[in-house]
Design a protein around this ligand. Sequence first.
Ligand SMILES: NC(=O)c1ccc[n+]([C@@H]2O[C@H](COP(=O)([O-])OP(=O)(O)OC[C@H]3O[C@@H](n4cnc5c(N)ncnc54)[C@H](OP(=O)(O)O)[C@@H]3O)[C@@H](O)[C@H]2O)c1
Length: 266
Amino acid sequence: MIISGKLVLITGASSGIGAATAKAMAKAGARPVLLARRTEALDHVVAEITSAGAQAWTYSVDLRDADAVAAVAQEIMTELGTPDIVINNAGAGRWLFVDETSPEEAVQMMAVPYFAAFNVTHAFLAAMLRRNSGHIVNISSAGSRFVWPGATAYLAARWAVRGFTEALRADLNGTGIGVTLYESGVVSSSYWEHNPGSHERLPKMGKLIPEITAEQAANAIVNGIESNRGLIVVPFMMRLTYWLHAAFPGIVQWLMTKTGFHRARV
Ligand SMILES: NC(=O)c1ccc[n+]([C@@H]2O[C@H](COP(=O)([O-])OP(=O)(O)OC[C@H]3O[C@@H](n4cnc5c(N)ncnc54)[C@H](OP(=O)(O)O)[C@@H]3O)[C@@H](O)[C@H]2O)c1
């Protein structure tokens, strides 16, 4: 898909991968629309985009609230039109064992990213289908392929995003709307400050895969959409791990489990 001139809606664009993707999209000639809750942080990203000579718009919304998402989607469609590309990137969630996770926090972890992606897709899909063109990108993690100990509800929510993406791809087969799933290893973003105690639980095997910057993640997303890729996996070492996992799923899963974080023995 050609990105230049396209209206691109990016959720979770106030920091990290979303903010970097908004900037990369603007650089590629797209018109980014940034969604998140923190108005000041969103304005800061837009100021960077406009100072580089491009245009961008922000809408502050809590994506857990389906009614608020529907209302903001109407506002966007009235003011700017139907997005050509929707990037469901907003996400949060600490890495915790089940017994460390309150049921309320587990619900919140499913609310963003999974229900946020559902709400946003639901709000725009009818208009995209009427136009019969567009692209939906869902951001998940390598944790939706294989798992590691000590991050149970986080991982379940990433499997939900992957399941949603694959089901959506089947639904939209034969329409003009494409679907892409992004999965990567660690991105050195503000995620780790926003979800303290998580990075420490990375399995030792995962540490063999180099961390990438939010800008590298954003460039992979832009390139992946431009080349109509169904699955974006970065960096190269993660792609290698996926190939190994495809050939020997049991071995890769065993290594992730064995080299993962374990509770102190009581
Ligand atoms: N960092 C990694 O290593 C990594 C690797 C693979 C995949 N990912 C995925 O990439 C996505 C972005 O993560 P990041 O690394 O960029 O982390 P981040 O800097 O913490 O960004 C998270 C974004 O989500 C938004 N958000 C959270 N809750 C929201 C809500 N209720 N309503 C609206 N927006 C909400 C935040 O904005 P506000 O707080 O302003 O609302 C923020 O813009 C996540 O889905 C994450 O799982 C991250």
